[in-house]
Design a protein around this ligand. Structure first.
Ligand code: PLP
Length: 339
């Protein structure tokens, strides 16, 4: 695929050769199927369309300097999809089936795995939906699990650069004991309005506060939040944020770098005491933040326009492991055997 300009690719849908599917019917999962169709046919009363029986995942495959393709921590995504499935009463996809489908979709689309050093990667999108027809409010008895993939460009096209974020005072993405800990579409629907408004007002995304007291930092758009001060990595503890696999990995790396790690409430006013703040997730790994404006109070929290030293070190280490430049001591990468 030498005619793709890998570096220019946006984060968006890109048609590849194949996707992988599996159907749950009569109480069990069937065989994995590979197809070149981009469409699905389903009953108009499918529960995913009416009652939000839907969950998804996102993970990346990288071609390393040694030419090998690495999938980053797919078993963690498998476990999280099981939690999401249980949370909205869907048939969970067994871990091994999940990983097998991910490996298969990478192999079948190998020509779309960007070359090493391009900064681009192959983004995998596993999706689980209730397809059984119901009009009464109850879980479906049939499900479809799909994994599709497509190349995405480097998140930071002009280099690793801090972004501006807006704290929203008048919207929540998830209730304190709601579905915030699950990767379900409904949370995204709930965040579209405030996310779009933040864009329109000049910010890259918004930061949500805890829905109950509106005092603590919760989620940073579709990413987790962390701050650095006093040689400590601080990230919110909350019952409404999605447990990010990137954040979990960064916490381990931070500890190994000699930082303390704290998962606790972060009051908004504490923002002024951090040396560095950032959002983290699969898309960017680490996205440093240069400015946070509280939309409710108008208060501004300023940080450096350049990425901080700790954020940079965490970013380079995690990317280095994903791209095979740094030894993978934790066994996070699944190496995909290709011919
Ligand atoms: C997917 C997601 C994240 C990031 O999780 P990773 O596993 O690091 O990609 C964070 N917050 C929300 C709301 C998400 O949906």
């Amino acid at each position: 695929m030498s005619n793709i300009s890998w570096k220019e690719l946006p984060f968006g849908y890109y048609k590849t050769d194949y996707n992988v599917r599996c159907y749950y019917r009569n109480g069990k999962w069937g065989e994995l199927e590979t197809t070149d169709s981009e469409n699905i046919t389903m009953h108009m009363a499918a529960t995913c369309l009416h009652y939000g029986q839907e969950a998804f995942e996102g993970l990346k495959a990288f071609r390393g300097v040694d030419g090998k393709i690495r999938l980053f921590r797919p078993y963690e995504n498998a476990k999280r999809l099981i939690r999401s499935a249980n949370g909205v009463m869907m048939a969970p996809v067994p871990e091994d089936l999940f990983v097998k489908a991910c490996v298969e979709v990478v192999k079948k689309n190998e020509r779309f795995v960007p070359p090493s050093g391009s900064g681009a990667s192959l983004y995998l999108r596993p999706l689980l939906i209730g397809t059984g027809a119901e009009v009464g409010v109850k879980p479906a008895n049939e499900y479809l699990f799909i994994v599709f993939a497509g190349p995405v460009g480097p998140y930071f096209k002009e280099g690793f650069k801090p972004v501006k974020m807006q704290i929203v005072e008048d919207a929540d993405r998830a209730a304190p004991l709601g579905t915030g800990t699950l990767k379900v579409g409904g949370n995204y629907a709930a965040s579209l309005y405030s996310g779009q408004r933040a864009h329109d007002e000049g910010f890259s995304n918004c930061i949500y506060l805890d829905a109950k007291e509106k005092k603590y930092i919760d989620e940073a758009g579709a990413a987790n939040f962390f701050g650095i001060k006093n040689n400590t990595y601080v990230t919110p503890k909350s019952t409404s944020i999605l447990p990010s696999i990137t954040n979990m990995s960064l916490r381990e790396l931070a500890e190994e770098m000699g930082l303390k790690v704290e998962q606790r409430h972060i009051p908004v006013e504490e923002l002024s005491t951090f040396d560095e703040v950032a959002a983290c997730g699969t898309a960017a790994v680490v996205s440093p933040i240069s400015l946070i404006v509280d939309r409710g109070t108008g208060k501004e929290y300023n940080f450096s326009n350049e990425p901080g030293t700790v954020c940079t070190k965490l970013y380079n280490t995690l990317k280095g492991i994903q791209e095979g430049l740094i030894e993978d001591k934790h066994n996070w990468n699944l190496i995909i055997e290709t011919k």
